[in-house]
Design a protein around this ligand. Sequence first.
Ligand SMILES: [Zn+2]
Length: 151
Amino acid sequence: MDNSSGKIDIYYAATGKAEKVDRVIKSDAEWKKILSPEEYEVARRQGTERPFSKQCAIPKSGKGVYQCVGCGTDLFAYDNKFESGTGWPSFWEPVSKLNVKLEDDSKFGMRRTEVLCARCGAHLGHVFDDGPPPTGKRYCINTVSLKLASS
Ligand SMILES: [Zn+2]
């Protein structure tokens, strides 16, 4: 169902609750103003950063949440991050299924599932079925699409 003008439910890790919020909709020109060229290329043009090219920020406390670089939506908890050896940050689940949108992606002759931010539509990465327990999923995410929440 496409209700692109309506409000959506987004989960907030800090409160553990979902809230109704407006989608974040901006023009390309507006996105270019708030994102770096590299962030724009990945988040808005479905680019992929080179593997091992970026260092994902690690929370000093060992606890933290990575948010969408475009709109600040909570996406993945550091608790659910694992070392996949792929050169991209990998998680076995998002903070909430509400906060990510999955879409079929058949570009480059591959059948993959694209992961997007549910609130602003930023491209985050892809999800695969070869992750660790408990979910068996591997959310393979571009570092530049994420920012560590300040806590
Ligand atoms: Zn977003």
